[in-house]
Design a protein around this ligand. Structure first.
Ligand code: XMP
Length: 512
């Protein structure tokens, strides 16, 4: 629970829908939390919600294992909005009828709604919504009013105002539903009477207050990775407790171009933080010498990072807390097998478990877009706030085969060209990641009058929502052309550039 904010619970009925709904609720300035569908009414009540939203889900409400809601939730006197599966579930549990009518709807659909209803109050009669359902509601729960229909479906929305029950067959959370956000706001602000106080400024203020109360006069340590999460944590904790915070940045020699300098410029010079920058490239290259197995590389980098971090920490007396950039998606997903994979990624270069420090995680309630907004609000430079994800082991997992200083130099230079050209093309924000990979082969080429025998560079650019799946980005040919010719001209040791057109699955985003 976020103290001082009105809370709406989003009950997760599977697939990816719940997170998107939760984010949209927050965009309406109301704090949202995701709870599993197995949560009981008492567990929900313990979070003092002012509204409950039931998400969509991939199953039919009639399927054997179809998830249900604790029926006592409907009796709590808290308004409930069901979306898609959520709406069908209300109908099924409260005595209406859902049927496989053979007229499923997928995609954009014209909705005729009742402007005299509470949910669609004052809407124009016709509006466009996004549908994705096979089963259809043929009768709402007894006592409810049908408040919208489509050419194919008679009950596209219903409400029972006296019982605080609302259901929509369409998806208000997706952008293709023209008035989707308006509908959510109507539910949140008017029906649930939530105060719209969840703003970036109030989020920062609440986090600062919490950190101060927790930490008192103790010292806090924070490992900066150069990425957005740890940067925002550092800026936030620094704002809360000033020079009681010490930051450690380990320059592994496996960072992107300019990253170490950026950290120095931002955290020491701009914010005046107590920054301990450790130049440890030699130790990392030494430890990685002759190692080609990707998992071994990960382990070596992770362990050495922790060792160095501990060495620095030992020189800083009185540290009692470790600040970490754990985000809300990590929190909700922990426990699932997918999350287990993400977790092991995050732990690389992260927390030394045996260090007997208490954790503070001021971002643990925030989604990534909120973290970025908070970072901007705190005055972090755009290059840090919008930096693409970067694996903890850094370039070590993008240098296929042996990791040497020379090969890292080649890759870093090529990678800088990719990022620079993507940024110039204005595509930085729409790509999940874009980077260069150095494979362990050489190829013959010709430059001037001479044959060359050098490395190719693989360019990888993907779009993704969460890195669990990804698609290769359809970069414009002109952009690929510029990237290719600049890498060949500017990076010694490279004579060929290729573009990776593999999605995930079957590929992974990284090459190792
Ligand atoms: P893959 O390659 O598995 O990557 O598709 C999914 C996402 O995770 C990042 N990644 C890592 N992050 N330590 C990390 O902190 C790692 O060892 C690691 N390996 C992959 C990758 O950049 C992508 O965003």
């Amino acid at each position: 629970m976020a103290a001082g904010f009105d809370t709406v619970l989003v009950v997760d009925f599977g697939a990816q829908y719940a997170q998107l709904i939760a984010r949209r609720v927050r965009e309406a300035h109301v704090y949202s939390e995701i709870v599993p569908h197995s949560a009981t009414a008492a567990e929900m009540l313990a979070r003092s919600p002012k509204g409950i939203i039931l998400s969509g889900g991939p199953m039919s409400v009639y399927a054997d294992q179809a998830p249900v809601l604790d029926p006592a939730v409907y009796e709590l006197g808290i308004p409930v909005l069901g979306i898609c599966y959520g709406a069908q579930l209300i109908v099924r549990q409260l005595g209406g009828e859902v049927r496989r009518t053979g007229t499923g709807e997928y995609g954009r659909t014209e909705l005729r709604c009742d402007p005299a209803s509470v949910l669609f109050s004052q809407w124009p009669e016709m509006t466009e919504v996004w549908m994705s359902h096979g089963d259809s509601i043929v009768a709402g729960p007894p006592g409810s009013a049908t408040i919208a229909s489509t050419p194919d479906v008679a009950v596209a929305a219903f409400e029972s105002v006296a019982r605080g029950l609302f259901g929509v067959q369409f998806h208000p959370e997706v952008v293709h539903t023209a008035r989707g956000q308006e509908l959510l706001k109507r539910f949140l602000h008017d029906i649930c009477q939530c105060r719209p106080t969840w703003t970036h400024i109030s989020v920062i203020e609440a986090a600062i207050e919490e950190v101060r109360a927790r930490v008192g006069r103790a010292r806090v340590l924070c490992a900066l990775s150069g990425g957005v999460d740890s940067a925002v944590v550092a800026a936030l904790v620094h704002k809360a407790i000033g020079d009681q915070l010490s930051c450690v940045f380990v320059d592994t020699g496996l960072m992107r171009a300019g990253e170490a300098e950026q950290v120095e410029a931002t955290f020491r010079r701009q914010f005046g933080m107590d920054l301990h920058q450790v130049k440890a490239a030699d130790r990392f290259f030494g430890a990685l010498k002759g190692v080609v197995d990707p998992e071994k590389k990960r382990k070596i980098v992770g362990e050495l990072f922790i060792r160095i971090f501990e060495e620095v920490a030992a020189t800083l007396p009185g540290v009692a807390y470790l600040a970490q950039g754990t985000l809300y998606p990590d929190v909700i997903e922990s426990g699932t097998s997918a999350a287990a994979t993400i977790k092991s990624h995050h732990n690389v270069g992260g927390l030394p478990a045996e260090m007997a420090l208490e954790l503070i995680e001021p971002l643990r309630l925030l989604f990534k877009d909120e973290v970025r907004a908070v970072g901007e609000e705190l005055g972090l430079p755009e290059e840090i706030v919008w930096r693409q994800p970067f694996p903890g082991p850094g370039l070590a997992v993008r240098i296929v085969g042996a990791v040497t200083p020379e090969r890292a130099t080649i890759l870093r230079a090529a990678d800088a060209v990719v990022l620079d050209e993507v940024r110039r093309a204005g595509m930085g924000h729409e790509l999940w990641q874009s980077f260069a990979v150095l494979p362990a082969v050489r190829a013959v080429g010709v430059m001037g009058d001479e044959r060359t025998y050098e490395y190719p560079i693989v360019v990888r650019a993907v779009t993704s929502d969460d890195a669990m799946t990804a698609d290769w980005a359809r970069l414009p040919y002109e952009l690929l052309e510029r990237i290719s010719s600049r890498i060949i001209n500017e990076v010694d040791g490279v004579n060929r550039v290729t573009y990776d057109i593999t999605s995930k699955p079957p590929g992974t985003i990284e090459w190792e």
